[in-house]
Design a protein around this ligand. Sequence first.
Ligand SMILES: Nc1ncnc2c1ncn2[C@@H]1O[C@H](COP(=O)(O)OP(=O)(O)OP(=O)(O)O)[C@@H](O)[C@H]1O
Length: 353
Amino acid sequence: MNDSTTETAFVELKGIAKRFGTNRVLENLDLRIPRGHMVTLLGPSGCGKTTVLRLVAGLEKPSDGRIFIDGEDVTDRSIQQRDICMVFQSYALFPHMSLGENIGYGLKMQGRPQAEIRQRVNEALALVDLEGFADRYVDQISGGQQQRVALARALILKPKVLLFDEPLSNLDANLRRSMREKIRQLQRQFNITSLYVTHDQSEAFAVSDTVLVMNKGQIMQMGAPQDLYRRPASRFMANFMGDANVFPAAIYPDSVDILGYRLPRPTGFAVGVERCTVGVRPEAITLSQQGSDSQSCTVRHVAYMGPQYEVMVDWQGQTLLLQVNATELQPSEGDQLFLKIHPYGMFVLAEAA
Ligand SMILES: Nc1ncnc2c1ncn2[C@@H]1O[C@H](COP(=O)(O)OP(=O)(O)OP(=O)(O)O)[C@@H](O)[C@H]1O
């Protein structure tokens, strides 16, 4: 199990329900985030991720249940009384203020002295690699820089909890990577308990200690990224975490039998499950020119992806999706090849075949 179930919770949601009119968005949701952890909420559009974030922020009231931060019941407190900062997709900076004034705004509202504000603004700008930008305005900097200003504005207040609402969605792919590394570095450096909403699986994996996958207001699975990918608890999870080939299988003491192809039993697979469903990730199936009858397959479709090919093959009456490293083999449609399934990429699904 992941740490978050055993460690003391710093942020805790207990029995949370949220209804908008007749729309029951969340029902009896429990969530525990240990101090200093970064938990990401991941799930399809409309599953309730943003609603959870807004409930923690105090921007929505739960219909039922209680919310605790650092041991205190904050359910009836406003956002200002919760010691929380939020970083939005839209940056939400004031255009009529300089970047320094934007970043120092919260401290000014707290009545801190000018000299302290100036010093802390400069420190915050340095944290996000924007030294010397204090006198610029929002329309003089790029989107990526604006999001770093928004991050500095949150960090300067040293909040108990930092909330991120799809913070990278407006950035292009290169900026997304550098910004997510910046967020992760600063979150770790300051050990800030954080909740991060995204619908991008690779972003969730890259920034978090723990990923919580939701669907239709329910928690489907929560755990470290590797656990969710390698041991999905359901078919929904298997498909949501990436592509999966699914087979009927039987597990014996020394082997797993998939459609007549016997391979070593992976560690952790329970013995004696004569009928089950096994999932195999595309990257765990390789192709080669040689093999046995039970591994023979026909290439149906090839898509060139740069570092690898995505290949569809017919095998034992099933169509499989797999990936071939472009440095190893360049398959073509119609090729008769042999596949190899690697136990590393295999998981047992709860449902029977
Ligand atoms: N203020 C509101 N009034 C009425 N319904 C709402 C309100 N806010 C959210 N909802 C509904 O709650 C459900 C969950 O919305 P939410 O924004 O939490 O989902 P999400 O997982 O964050 O989706 P997305 O990834 O598209 O942002 C949706 O059906 C949405 O229409």
